[in-house]
Design a protein. Structure first.
Length: 307
């Protein structure tokens, strides 16, 4: 109820008392003055109350507008050199360069001594004759070996012809197989066909001993890598030997391999340290064939005709 309404009720109560009890009018005159003149006013303002506790956190507001791009930070220190990557695919041959400038004339040589070469000519002529005879003998021995292989069996004949092609860097063997490093660059498909046409296959290193033998073979020949008989042509990431057997108990992948880095890396190469990389099948590189020993005399054919 408001203060004004209270004042009106107070005044009306005083008038009602005067009309009802006139005898007490004089006694209440002073009270009437109080009723009519006294005003009930609001009290003084109280002291400030204590500060309340913090309210609960409000809801997260909407994301504000994107700020301005900051200044470019300082360049960091150069990192360590990474490991050498695998050899990439071969590029096309470049254009032939222009001839260089002629070199400066050399200094004049010392005067030569007079030579009495007449007595040496006879020896030189005899050596030429001997060399020619040796070449004929070697050619005859090779042809004889090939012919003998034809007579004793087709498998030995193919091996002898392979040796006769002069693209073989020696021969390695185990108790059950021969391994021939073919120094003739071919893509993977042609390398596989080359070995199969001679009743062999690309080498399949299925254990550490064989893998080490082939790695040494590559290194001794001065090469860095060769194709081996492993691929995932049929199913990506599912590598198989060329005899369709899976890689189970042994592998020699280099760190981070296989990774299909360039896409379509479905064939496998071995480097001269014995590690394996998955590579594309199109580049032409050397390769190693393996042959199962079927007859004891095959090795003898090679040993009798080394050159």
């Amino acid at each position: 109820m408001s203060m004004k309404c209270l004042q009106k009720r107070h005044v009306m109560l005083c008038l009602l008392l005067q009309l009802t009890f006139p005898s007490v009018t004089a006694d209440l005159q002073q009270g009437a003055e109080v009723c009519t003149n006294h005003m009930i006013l609001p009290g003084p303002k109280g002291d400030p109350g204590e500060k309340g506790n913090n309210g609960e956190s409000g809801k997260i507001g909407k994301e504000g507008p994107k700020g301005l791009k900051g200044d470019t930070g300082e360049s960091g220190e150069q990192g360590e050199m990474g490991r050498t990557g695998k050899t990439g695919p071969f590029g096309a041959n470049g254009d032939k360069g222009i001839n260089g400038l002629p070199g400066l004339p050399g200094t004049r040589g010392k005067p030569g001594t007079t030579c009495d070469c007449g007595r040496y000519r006879e020896h030189v002529g005899q050596l030429d004759i001997t060399i020619s005879q040796l070449k004929s003998s070697v050619k005859f021995a090779k042809n004889a070996a090939v012919e003998r292989a034809h007579n004793v069996g087709s498998h030995a004949g193919r091996l002898a012809r392979l040796h006769h092609e002069c693209v073989i860097a020696g021969i390695k063997e185990t108790d059950e197989k021969y391994y021939l490093l073919v120094k003739e660059e071919k893509n993977y498909r042609d390398a596989l066909k080359h070995c199969k046409d001679r009743n062999g296959t690309l080498v399949m290193p299925k254990d550490a001993k064989t893998n080490s033998l082939i790695a040494t073979y590559i290194s001794e020949a001065g090469l860095t890598r060769v194709y081996i008989g492993i691929n995932d042509v049929e199913k990506e990431g599912h590598f198989m030997f060329t005899d369709n057997s899976p890689l189970q108990n042994y592998s020699s992948w280099r760190a981070g391999e296989p990774n299909n880095a360039y896409g379509g890396e479905d064939c496998v190469e071995m480097v001269n340290t014995g590690g394996w990389n998955d590579v594309e099948c199109r580049p032409t590189i050397y390769f190693v064939c393996e042959f199962i020993k079927k007859r004891k005399y095959v090795l003898q054919i090679f040993n009798d005709n080394q050159y």
